[in-house]
Write a protein that binds this ligand. Sequence first.
Ligand SMILES: NC(=O)C1=CN([C@@H]2O[C@H](COP(=O)(O)OP(=O)(O)OC[C@H]3O[C@@H](n4cnc5c(N)ncnc54)[C@H](O)[C@@H]3O)[C@@H](O)[C@H]2O)C=CC1
Ligand SMILES: O=C([O-])CC(=O)C(=O)O
Length: 262
Amino acid sequence: MLDIALIGHGAIAAHVAAHCPEGARVGAVICRPGRAAAARAALGDVSAMEAVADLPTRPGLLIDCAGHEGLRAHGPAALQSGIDLLTVSVGALADPELEADLARAVAEGGATLTLASGAIGALDALRAAARGADLEVTYRGRKPPAGWHGSRAEEVLDLDALTGAEVHFSGTAREAARLYPKNANVAAAVALAGAGFDATRAVLIADPEAGGNLHEISARGSFGRFEFRIEGRALPGNPRSSALTALSVLAEIRRRLSGIRI
Ligand SMILES: NC(=O)C1=CN([C@@H]2O[C@H](COP(=O)(O)OP(=O)(O)OC[C@H]3O[C@@H](n4cnc5c(N)ncnc54)[C@H](O)[C@@H]3O)[C@@H](O)[C@H]2O)C=CC1
Ligand SMILES: O=C([O-])CC(=O)C(=O)O
């Protein structure tokens, strides 16, 4: 049995706990102070605590579903104590200090940090393309206005008055990941798999006509070129987060349980 602990108890965590595959079980959650009752209400029969050091038993896998602050607060401690960590908060690695802390903790604890593929696909092709030369990558993220509420887009646009698609960010994937911690983890995953944070271009768009969370990758290089496009449905609990993100976590759990891995 793979014993799993979660960080966070929001939309992604609740979906993961509710659909945990056979052979794995969620037994504990790390939450913010005063949130234990809310965490148990969201996840069911789990023990709730505020720090990695308070986990009742050492989990086989800790899964961060809490966002950048959750990874920053608990990731280094977990890895340093040898606990394997899977995170959806990929954009947090745009902060070079946190990335270095995590790398140091991985080396010291001998554990692994796995970055979830999240709401995007084609990371395998990007990883391979990056071994060739001259890789150029642009990522475009397009969501309906509700998907950008609570983000920097609100400072740039009047989201509720939009009559057509508007770009509210264009720059590097590093800037996107830092400015949009709840919306641009995909930009970070594309960057880390491919051309890197500073060479990957990111464009973020609010579009009242968007029927879902649209993610597009355009890549070209010595390998040739490809276009990838996905129209994701949002999770019921959070219009910002695509359902595929929670499914990518479930897929990684299954992968770990299987002797034949793809
Ligand atoms: N890699 C990807 O493709 C995607 C990544 N994400 C990331 O996942 C995060 C979570 O998404 P949702 O579940 O939809 O959000 P949510 O807002 O529904 O849930 C976030 C949860 O994390 C908890 N939390 C926040 N800070 C914490 C901390 N320091 N310690 C412990 N718990 C903490 C909150 O109390 C809440 O339970 C997003 O903020 C985003 O950064 C989201 C969508 C796609
Ligand atoms: O869930 C999505 O569609 C993408 C997202 O929020 C992120 O990249 O952080």
